[in-house]
Every structure is written in C-alpha cells, then in structure tokens.
Design a protein around this ligand. Structure first.
Ligand code: UD1
Length: 390
C-alpha cells in the first residue's frame, strides 16, 4: 500500500508527527509494507512556523515540498492543486491522508479525488456552522469527498451522520494531537519559563527584564495569549479594543505572554498599534514558539486567551482555564458545558471582561474526553489498513 500524507500549516505538524512515527514502527514489524511519502505544501514557510516543529517533534523532512507560500485563498488552493496533481500523477498512491482544516487539506483532497485516489481525513466531522470561516469550507468539502473519515470525538460522528455520511466510512479514533501532547509532556515540563522568554523575545521591548516577575514563575501568575483569526485581527475596530482590554485591564492583574502570529504582527503594524504594544513592559511579545515551549507555558498559565482550536483542545487536557476569542467553535467538546476548560467570548469586550473575571476564580481541572488517550495514531493507521484491505 502506498500512502501520501499532506501537511501545509503549523497545526498540521503536531498531527502528522505521531502518524509518521506509527508508520515507521509498523514498517519495522511488517517488512516495509507501507510505502509512505510526506508532502509539505509550503503554506507555512518561516522556520519558526514550520522547520522548528519538524525538528522538535522528530518528523522526517518532507519528501516533497511544493513551496506554495502565502497568497489569497484561491492562489494558495489553486497553486497547491496544480503542484500536487503532478506529484500524484508521478507517484500514484493508493491513499492520500489529509489533516485538519487548512488550505492544504482542501486542495489536496479535491486533487486526489479527481484522480480517483482514495482520501482519508484525520480530524473529520468538526463543524462550527460558520461558513464565513475559511476552515469550515475546507472541512465541509474535505469530509464530503473523503472515503475514510477519522473522527476525534463522538459529537463529530453525529455531525457526519446528519450530513448523510454512511457508517462504513466513519471511524472514531480520538484526538491525534493529544498523542503529541502526551509524548512531549515530560520534555516540556523540564523547560524554564524565564529561558523561553529570553530565547524568544521580540527585540525592541523596553521592560526591565531583570526585574520581571516572570523570573519567579511559576510562583507569579501570568496570562497566555494567542490570536491569529482573520475575524479578530484583520479589522482595526475589532483588534484595537482587544488590545485596549489587555493593556488597560489584564496587565493590572498579571503580565501577559503573547507569542505572536506573523499575520497579527503585520496587522498591528498596519493599524499603528505595534509600537505601543511593544513598549508595554507587562505585555511580553515573543516570536512564534516551538511545540515544547508553548506546551510549557500552557501548563503554567493562570489563564489562556486564544482563538486557536488546537490550544482549546490542549487546555482541556491540561485543565488551563481558557477564554476562546470566538463566537462559535467546531470543537464544542472543549467547552465547559461539555466538560472542557474553555468558554466562548467572541470579540465583544463586555463579554470578554465578564468571563475573564469569572475565569480568574477557576482552578486548573484537567479533563480527558473519550479516546484522547495518546493512542490515536495507531487507530488511524489500523483503520486505513483495514479499509484498504476491505
Ligand atoms: C492558517 C490556517 C488556519 C490555522 C493557522 C495556524 C488556512 C485557511 N488557515 O492560517 O486554519 O489556524 O494557519 O497558524 O489554511 N506567514 C508568514 N510566515 C509563515 C506563514 C504565514 O509570514 O510561515 C504570513 C503570510 O504571509 C500571511 C499570514 O501570515 O500574510 C497568514 O498566513 P496564511 O497561511 O495565509 O494563514 P494563517 O492565518 O496562518
């Protein structure tokens, strides 16, 4: 059996790592029965957004890099399809494995299906119900076309059934990202927060580092922030009030550590907010962090403010009280009403303030949804092999 797995953007790398390790293990035991190629579309290309993860998570380098880079959605998807079609014509795999909901997921599933190659989607069935999110469109199209849909939770199975996907195509495997979390937890916990800050701080910040309360972390609490969704960062009238809330209110309680996404940095510069944010000594801006560094900060943070789906999931397992800066989520299992650690606050400041105050009173309470047990990658590979032989 020949498989091509596709990655394109940062959240894919944490998901492919355990799958690759499982393929390598299987091949050792079964005389290289699975021929596997890794294709990187190159959507994320900065070392800190891509290469660093391959190294830290011990993923072999991609066999093929399509070098797509940034662009509009149509440019990214179109260029990926053109380049990936050539790869498929040359390699003729039995299966293409796509992950998550990024542009590579959509582009490569469509390209494979048109060449009559079977598609397996890892992390199938998530739905936010919000078609203004590019990721929702990617999820809908990919799931509609996939031959094997591997779901992270039972709510996703219900979503697929409602859309008419037959049971024979759906397999509940659990959350593959939690495999990565579990196998890297110990290494992350040995890191030092002051060192993470020193090594990743964005130049130009004027806070007196030697007097920083963060040198005494974890004794002194801190908030951890990430934000990159176009719906939060692309409009000044939405981004600016969030920045004001951080600078006027949160830092009164504790310092904020903010590893900043390139899109968000660009937007802060465009809206003339960058200098002010950079100058504030209690808002510590870091470059995008490596996997272990981010995990360590998440383990120790008093509170997380984020619009990332992956971090919502990690907060659930680590128990970090989390404010999700979105109006909806494709991952309802991470919400407090389903036993998770997060609450949806959108980008309305009144609502953010109210839930921020409530959340400060909460303690860390780790939760483990069904099959988020660190063994999902094996179930994924078994499902693909079974489906291939069926
Ligand atoms: C993409 C995913 C999103 C995921 C996010 C995580 C889609 C539709 N979106 O959004 O689901 O949550 O990644 O990071 O696939 N840039 C760099 N260096 C890089 C990568 C990007 O500077 O290595 C810049 C680009 O030039 C662009 C901006 O960041 O201006 C956004 O990048 P893009 O890949 O278009 O989407 P993300 O917002 O990262």
């Amino acid at each position: 059996m020949k498989i091509i797995s596709v990655v394109g953007a940062r959240p894919n790398f944490m998901k492919i790592a355990p799958f690759m390790h499982e393929v390598i293990k299987y091949n050792k035991e079964h005389k290289n029965k699975v021929e596997h190629l890794l294709v990187h579309t190159g959507q994320h290309y900065d070392d800190r957004m891509s290469k660093a993860f391959f190294k830290a998570l011990n993923i072999p380098e991609a066999d093929i890099n399509l070098g797509i880079g940034s662009g509009t959605h149509a440019e990214q998807v179109g260029n990926t399809m053109i380049a990936f079609e050539k790869v498929l014509m040359n390699e003729r795999p039995d299966w293409v494995i796509v992950l998550g909901d990024v542009n590579a997921t959509l582009a490569c599933s469509v390209t494979a299906k048109k060449l009559h190659i079977k598609v397996c989607h890892i992390e199938a069935g998530l739905r936010s119900g919000d078609e203004r999110m590019p990721e929702e469109i990617n999820r809908l199209v990919t799931d509609r076309l996939s031959d094997l849909l591997l779901t992270p939770d039972t709510l996703s199975i219900e979503n697929l059934k409602k859309e008419g996907v037959p049971d024979s195509k759906i397999k509940f495997v659990g959350n593959i990202m939690i495999d990565t979390l579990e196998s890297n937890r110990e290494q992350a916990s040995n890191l030092q927060i002051s060192k993470i800050i020193e090594e990743n701080i964005i130049a130009g910040q004027v806070f007196p580092f030697s007097k920083s309360p963060l040198l005494h972390v974890p004794q002194s609490p801190f908030a951890l922030m990430t934000m990159h969704r176009p719906s939060n960062v692309d409009k000044k009238e939405i981004l600016e009030p969030i920045i004001r809330f951080l600078l006027d209110e949160v830092i009164e309680d504790m310092p904020i550590i903010w590893p900043i996404h390139p899109r968000t940095q660009k937007q802060l510069q465009t809206f003339d907010l960058w200098e002010e944010v950079l100058a504030n000594k209690d808002l510590i801006l870091l470059h995008p962090l490596g996997y272990h560094e981010m995990l360590k900060l998440n383990m120790e943070a008093k509170i997380m403010l984020t619009d990332s789906g992956g971090l919502q999931e990690e907060c659930t397992v680590l128990g970090t009280p989390c404010l999700t800066l979105r109006w909806n989520t494709e991952r309802p299992i991470t919400l407090r009403e389903h036993g998770g650690a997060s609450v949806l606050v959108g980008n309305n400041i009144e609502r953010i303030r109210e839930e921020y105050q409530n959340t400060l009173k909460l303690n860390r309470t780790p939760e483990r949804p069904e099959l988020w047990d660190g063994h999902t990658a094996k179930r994924c590979l078994d499902a693909i092999i079974n489906q291939n032989e069926a």
